[in-house]
Design a protein around this ligand. Structure first.
Ligand SMILES: [Zn+2]
Ligand SMILES: [Zn+2]
Length: 946
C-alpha cells in the first residue's frame, strides 16, 4: 500500500489543528476581492462524483486566486426548498397526491421537510473536506432562512415595481402528481424528455347538416377530444373532399396518403382552407358552453407535415390551442381535474381515471359509434416531471409570471460580457436558449418554499406586493406556510387582504443567491455591491438551462435601469462548465449497475490529490468524463507518485539541513535547463489559469514531472550519489530543492495535500497555502536550451529503442552511437548527457541514429561488473542500510569469475561503499542479506554484513 493517503489524512488534521483556512482568510482581509458564488446543491443524498468534480474545479480556482493575493468569499450554501425535498418526504410518508399532504397538515409536512434538509449536510461536509475543498462549512447560507426569504421578497418586489410581474390563466406544463405548473426550462432538465409509445388516432367529426360527411382529424391524446371546441385550418392550404366506402372525408390535399391504405377513394371537390372557416360540426361529447364552439377557425400554425391538415383544438390542453381559443373566442372546457383525472358527471368515458388510462375508454367509445377512422402506434418524445417522473400534461392554470421576453435584448447583450469555458457555450447552447426565451412561471401550487408575497383584498380585489417583513407590520416567527397564510393585511378600502397561496419556484430562489445569501439590501449592502457580479462560478452543463440561466435572468432584470448593483450587469463574469460524469461503460453512474468505484475507495487507495488531478487533467472542460479506477490509478502512478518519488530521492540524498534557496543562478547544463523549464511552466500555468482553462493548465504539470524525474534526476543521480566534489553536489541539491519548492507552490491549488508535505519539509514555513503564487523569472528562461534538451531526450529514446530491439540491457556498455544532430556536436555537455544515458563509449556525428550493438569481450566484462554492482546495491537496500554506510562483502564463485571480480575490486568497492570484499565459501555465519544470482550465466553467491 502506498503511503500517500496516510500523508493526506495527516495534512487534513494539520490544516484543522492549525486553522490554516482561517489564517488564509485573515491574511487577505484587506486585499481586493475575487468574487465567487456557490451554486447551492440539494443535499438530499450523499454527494457523488459530479459534486466532487464541481468542488475540485471551484477549489482549484479559488486557491489559485487566493495565492495570487486576493480576498475570496468562500461561502457555500444549501438549497432547501422545492419539489426535490417535498417529493422525498412524500415518498417517506407514503403520500400519493397533494390531498394526502393537506390531510396530514401543511405545518407537519413542512416541519418534516425542514428536518430532512440538513440530514445529509454532515456527509457532504465530510466528503468535500476530504477532497480538500476549502470552505467555512459552519457559515453556509440556507435558502430556508427567514433572512434569505426576505431578500427573495425584496427582489420580487423590485420586479413588481418595474412592471415585470403578471398573473395569467395559461396552459403550462403541469405535473398532475405534484399538482403544480413547471417552467419551460425545467422541461430541459436531464431526463425530462423520454420516449413514450402512444396510440395516435384519426377521428371523424361529422359536419352539421351534411349526412355522412366528416372532418378527418388526427390526435395523439384522445383524452383531450372531449375538450375539443374547434378545428383549425390553414387559410391558404388546399383541402379536398373525397368519397370512400359511401362516406365523404375532408382533409388537406397533401395528406391524402392518410387514406392510402384504406382502399379506393375518389376526389369530389377541392377548396382552400379559408372556404371552410365557420363550418359547424357535431362534438363527440356535448358540453354546456358559454360561447359558440364546434366550428372551423383559421390558424397560421397548421401544417401539412403530419396529421390531416385539420387540427383538433382543445383550448384547455394546449398552448397554441389556448392562444387560438382566446383569439377566435372559442369556449374553454376543462374536462380533467388537477390530479390529471377525467372529470366525473360530464358523460365522458373513463371518467375518474387518469387521462392516459381514459384514452382507451374514449377510443373504444368512438369505435363503437363509428367515429374512429384508424389508429396508429407512434413513438414520440414527451416531457416528464424532473422530480417525480410523472408524465406532464399541458394544463390551464392561474400562475405568476416574470416577463422575461420583455428584456430579451438585455439578456443577450449581457451574455456578451461573460467568458464561457468552453467558449462555444456562449453563442451555442446558452446563446440559442436566450434567443428563444419565454416568460417564466415562477409560482408553484405547493407547500415547502418561499411564499409569494402578494396579498389580495377580498372586497375590492386590489393586490399588494410585500418587499420586506417591515411592511407586514408584524413579525412572524417563520415566513413559511402555513404561518404566513395567517397574516392578514388591511386594504385601503378597509377590506381584508389575504396572501395568494402559491410558493416560489425553487430555481427563482437559487437564482438570486448573490443577494439573498447576504440578506441584501437589509444587511451587507456594501459587500454585496462590491462583490457583484461574481468573478467566477462553476457548475455542470445541466445548469445552462438551470442555475446559470436564472442567475442571468434575475441579475439582468434587477439592473435594467441601474441601481446600487450597477446598470445592465450579468451575474457572473467567468463561468466554467463541466460535462457529465459517466461510468466505465460510458453510461450514467448507477449504483444498480455498479459501473463505478465509490469515491471513498479511491481516497483510501490513491488519495484525493490523485482524484483531483484526474478530474482536472483527463478531460477537456465541457466534455463528459469517464471515471474508472484503472484510469485514476494510472494518473496516480504517472504524476502523483512520480512527483513524490522525486521528492523522496531528494530527501534521501540531500544533506539534512538543505533549505530551498530564495533564488538560484545555475551553471550546470541540467540545472540551467530544469530552472528554465520551471519558469516556463510558471508562465504557462498563469497564462491558462487567468483564462480559466483548467485542463490546459493542469496538463502542463504532467510533462514537467516527467522531465524532472525521468531526465533531470535520472541524469543528475551521479552528482548526488557520487559527486566529483562537494561543490558539485551542493549545486545539484540547491537546484533540486529550489525546483521542488517552487513546484509545490505552483501545484498547490491543484494537489493541495502532498505538496503541503513537500513544501514544509523543504522550507519549514507553516503552509504552502499561505504562500504567494510564484511569479516567473523571465531571465532564467532559455527556450533554445529547452528545445535542444527535448531533442536530446528524443535521440536518447530512439537509441534506447535500438537497444531494446537488440535485446541488450542498458547496463551493458556499448562502443559507439552515431547521431545526426550537429548541434550536439557543438555542445559537449549535451552530447555527454546522451552518452551517459545510452551507456556508450563514444558518440559520432553522422547522418542518422545508429547504435553499434557489437559487444566486445571488454565491454562484456564491464557489463558483468555493472550487474554485480547493481546486485550489491539491491542487497544494501534490502538490508535497510544508509547510503555511504560501510559494509563487508563475501562472495563465492568459480575461479574465472573470481579473477574478473578481483581485477575490478577497487571500482566495485567504491561504488557500493564496501569496507572490504573477499572471496570465500558460505560459512556458517550470520549475514544481513545473502543472495544467489547469475553473472553471465555463472552462479555466484553473495553475503553482506556490517
Ligand atoms: Zn411531479
Ligand atoms: Zn380593498
Amino acid at each position: 500500500m502506498n503511503q500517500i493517503p496516510k500523508i493526506e489524512k495527516k495534512i487534513l488534521k494539520f490544516w484543522q489543528r492549525e486553522n490554516i483556512f482561517a489564517k488564509s482568510i485573515e491574511q487577505k482581509k484587506n486585499k481586493p476581492f475575487f468574487s465567487f458564488y456557490d451554486g447551492p446543491p440539494f443535499a438530499s443524498g450523499p454527494p457523488h462524483y459530479g459534486h466532487i468534480l464541481a468542488s475540485t474545479i471551484k477549489d482549484t480556482v479559488l486557491r489559485y486566486w487566493t495565492m495570487k493575493g486576493y480576498q475570496v468569499p468562500w461561502r457555500v450554501g444549501w438549497d432547501c426548498h422545492g419539489l426535490p425535498v417535498e417529493n422525498l418526504i412524500e415518498k417517506e410518508l407514503g403520500f400519493r397526491s397533494k390531498k394526502d399532504i393537506e390531510k396530514f397538515g401543511i405545518k407537519k409536512f413542512n416541519q418534516a421537510c425542514r428536518e430532512s434538509v440538513f440530514r445529509c449536510t454532515a456527509d457532504w461536509s465530510k466528503t468535500l473536506r476530504r477532497v480538500g475543498r476549502w470552505a467555512d462549512y459552519s457559515d453556509a447560507y440556507a435558502t430556508l432562512d427567514n433572512n434569505y426569504i426576505e431578500s427573495v421578497w425584496w427582489v420580487f418586489k423590485q420586479l413588481w415595481n418595474k412592471g415585470l410581474v403578471y398573473q395569467d390563466y395559461r396552459v403550462t406544463p403541469y405535473c398532475p402528481r405534484c399538482g403544480t405548473p413547471l417552467s419551460n426550462f425545467e422541461l430541459n432538465q436531464p431526463g425530462a424528455y423520454q420516449d413514450v409509445e402512444d396510440e395516435s388516432v384519426y377521428v371523424k367529426f361529422s359536419l352539421k347538416g351534411e349526412k355522412n360527411t366528416y372532418f378527418l382529424v388526427w390526435t395523439t391524446t384522445p383524452w383531450t377530444l372531449p375538450a375539443n371546441t374547434g378545428i383549425a385550418v390553414g387559410s391558404k392550404i388546399k383541402y379536398v373532399k373525397v368519397k370512400s366506402n359511401n362516406e365523404f372525408y375532408i382533409l388537406a390535399k397533401k395528406r391524402l396518403e392518410v387514406l392510402d391504405k384504406q382502399g379506393k377513394y375518389l376526389v369530389k371537390e377541392e377548396f382552400l382552407g379559408k372556404d371552410l372557416v365557420g363550418i359547424e360540426y357535431e362534438p363527440f361529447y356535448k358540453m354546456d358552453l358559454d360561447k359558440q364552439g364546434y366550428r372551423v377557425v383559421p390558424a397560421d400554425f397548421v401544417s401539412v407535415e403530419d396529421g390531416t391538415g385539420l387540427v383538433h383544438i382543445a383550448p384547455a390542453f394546449g398552448e397554441d390551442d389556448m392562444n387560438l381559443g382566446k383569439k377566435e373566442n372559442l369556449p374553454i372546457k376543462v374536462t380533467v381535474d388537477e390530479e390529471g383525472k377525467v372529470v366525473k358527471g360530464l358523460g365522458i368515458p373513463g371518467q375518474g381515471k387518469f387521462v392516459k388510462k381514459a384514452d382507451k375508454d374514449i377510443k373504444n367509445d368512438l369505435k363503437k359509434r363509428n367515429l374512429l377512422f384508424k389508429e396508429e402506434k407512434i413513438i414520440h418524445s414527451y416531457p416528464h416531471c424532473w422530480r417525480c417522473e410523472t408524465l406532464l400534461l399541458y394544463y390551464p392554470i392561474n400562475s405568476w409570471y416574470v416577463a422575461v421576453t420583455r428584456f430579451k435584448k438585455e439578456l443577450i447583450d449581457n451574455n456578451k460580457k461573460i467568458r464561457w469555458v468552453p467558449a462555444h457555450l456562449r453563442e451555442g447552447r446558452f446563446g440559442k436558449w436566450l434567443e428563444n426565451v419565454r416568460d417564466w412561471s415562477v409560482s408553484r401550487n405547493r407547500f415547502w418554499g418561499a411564499p409569494i408575497p402578494v396579498w389580495q383584498c377580498e372586497k375590492c380585489g386590489k393586490q399588494k406586493c410585500v418587499g420586506s417583513i417591515k411592511e407586514l407590520k408584524q413579525k412572524p416567527k417563520d415566513l413559511h406556510r402555513p404561518m404566513i397564510d395567517k397574516v392578514v393585511l388591511k386594504c385601503s378600502c378597509n377590506g381584508r387582504m389575504k396572501r395568494t397561496e402559491e410558493v416560489f419556484d425553487c430555481w427563482f430562489e437559487s437564482g438570486l443567491m448573490p443577494y439573498a445569501q447576504w440578506h441584501y439590501p437589509f444587511e451587507n449592502k456594501k459587500l454585496v455591491e462590491e462583490t457583484f457580479p461574481a468573478d467566477f462560478i462553476a457548475e455542470g452543463i445541466d445548469q445552462t438551462r438551470g442555475w446559470f440561466y436564472t442567475l442571468h435572468v434575475l441579475a439582468t432584470a434587477l439592473t435594467l435601469n441601474g441601481n446600487g448593483l450597477g446598470k445592465n450587469k450579468p451575474a457572473f463574469k467567468n463561468v466554467v462548465v463541466n460535462g457529465l460524469i459517466l461510468g466505465e461503460d460510458g453510461k450514467k453512474l448507477s449504483k444498480r449497475l455498479k459501473n463505478y468505484t465509490p469515491p471513498e475507495i479511491i481516497f483510501d487507495k490513491y488519495g484525493a490529490d490523485a482524484l483531483r488531478y484526474f478530474l482536472l487533467s483527463s478531460t477537456p472542460i465541457g466534455e463528459d468524463y469517464i471515471v474508472s479506477e484503472k484510469r485514476i490509478g494510472e494518473t496516480f502512478r504517472r504524476t502523483i507518485l512520480t512527483l513524490w518519488n522525486s521528492f523522496a530521492f531528494f530527501n534521501t540524498y540531500a544533506d539534512s539541513d538543505i533549505k530551498s534557496p530564495k533564488s538560484v543562478s545555475p551553471k550546470n547544463i541540467l540545472d540551467r535547463w530544469i530552472v528554465s523549464r520551471l519558469n516556463s511552466l510558471n508562465q504557462e500555468v498563469i497564462f491558462w489559469m487567468d483564462k480559466y482553462e483548467l485542463t490546459k493548465a493542469a496538463r502542463l504539470f504532467d510533462s514537467f514531472v516527467d522531465d524532472l524525474s525521468n531526465w533531470y534526476i535520472r541524469r543528475s543521480r551521479r552528482r548526488f550519489q557520487k559527486p566529483a566534489n562537494k561543490q558539485e553536489k551542493q549545486e545539484a541539491e540547491k537546484t533540486l530543492s529550489f525546483v521542488l519548492f517552487n513546484l509545490a507552490k505552483l501545484t498547490a491549488p491543484f494537489l493541495p495535500f502532498m505538496v503541503e508535505e513537500i513544501y514544509q519539509k523543504l522550507n519549514g514555513e507553516q503552509s504552502v497555502h499561505l504562500a504567494d503564487y510564484p511569479k516567473p523569472n523571465k531571465k532564467l528562461i532559455d527556450k533554445r536550451l529547452e528545445e535542444r534538451m527535448s531533442q536530446v531526450r528524443d535521440v536518447s529514446a530512439l537509441a534506447l529503442a535500438e537497444r531494446a530491439k537488440a535485446g541488450i540491457k542498458v547496463r551493458q556498455p556499448l562502443s559507439r552511437l552515431t547521431i545526426d544532430n550537429k548541434q550536439f556536436a557543438e555542445n559537449n555537455e549535451l552530447a555527454e548527457l546522451i552518452q551517459e544515458e545510452i551507456n556508450v563509449k563514444e558518440i559520432v556525428f553522422g547522418k542518422k541514429v545508429e547504435l553499434d550493438t557489437k559487444i566486445t569481450p571488454d565491454l562484456k566484462i564491464e557489463g558483468m561488473i555493472r550487474d554485480l554492482v547493481r546486485f550489491i546495491q539491491g542487497m544494501r537496500k534490502d538490508a535497510g542500510l544508509k547510503p555511504g554506510q560501510k559494509i563487508y562483502l563475501r562472495y563465492s564463485a568459480i575461479l574465472s569469475l573470481r579473477k574478473i571480480i578481483q581485477k575490478y575490486e577497487e571500482e566495485i568497492k567504491a561504488e557500493t561503499s564496501l569496507e572490504k570484499m573477499e572471496a570465500g565459501s558460505k560459512r556458517k555465519e550470520v549475514f544481513l542479506v545473502e543472495k544467489e544470482v547469475k553473472l553471465d550465466g555463472q552462479e555466484i553467491w553473495l553475503g553482506i554484513r556490517k
